[in-house]
Design a protein around this ligand. Sequence first.
Ligand SMILES: [Zn+2]
Length: 289
Amino acid sequence: DRSVDTLDWMSAETKREAHLKLSKYTPKIGYPDKWRDYASLEIRPDDLIGNVERVAAFNYRRQAKHLGQPVDRTEWGMTPQTVNAYYNPANNEIVFPAAILQAPYFDPAFDTAVNYGSIGATIGHEISHGFDDQGHLFDGDGNMRNWWTPADEAHFKEVTAKLVKQYGGYEPVKGHKINGELTLGENIADNAGLEIAYKAYKIALGGKEAPVRDGLTGDQRFFIAFAQSWRSKSRDAATLKQMVSDPHTPDEWRAFGTVRNLDPFYQAFNVKPGDKMYLPPAQRFHLWW
Ligand SMILES: [Zn+2]
């Protein structure tokens, strides 16, 4: 809400709608109120192919049962044991299964900077999906309704075009650049999510300076935790497949593509012109800043 209020480019009309949409977000945390009944699904320890077929048929029947029925807004699109999270524009809901609410993403005993840099950025990411290139076309009730004034819509397109260009310049596999259009929504969510998480971290500090730990400042630990949350390894062939079929930017570029748009990153690590991750201020992407 605070980030919407301080935006100088957004009209009062669109801001009112943005606040309304935010007030209607439904968070789902941990696990569903109603457990899914798997009793009719037969799993045999010696029949992998058969299990896959029966699971597919089970899921198909479950989906088909929805036909002609009212929408069940309590339903979950992920299991509690899935290490992931999602935003569903039709329900205007953000969902965080139990499995992502534990180390290394979150632990109540962790340093505040680390929690905000990892699960905080993920929460910010999912919230931002309601305002990305797809999500902003839905209102707070999940209806497809454009609630943006033409001028705000034009500004949004102009700002996000910067991101299309930026990510389109990255080359995770030699000779193959990222598709900036395909990945736009996720890249908006990554960048806006980290901005929001950083602001929330500062609010959590309550105006106090974060303690130095292991020789690292609070801001340094925040950015390191964010980068660590994207640690993964994949072969070039798998990365290539992801680049043509998945709206998510490969993990390594999700980490460094995001931090270099955030001004505090430059102060935290004294990043200067000429450094590999340096971006001139005018080229940095800000949506809610
Ligand atoms: Zn996402």
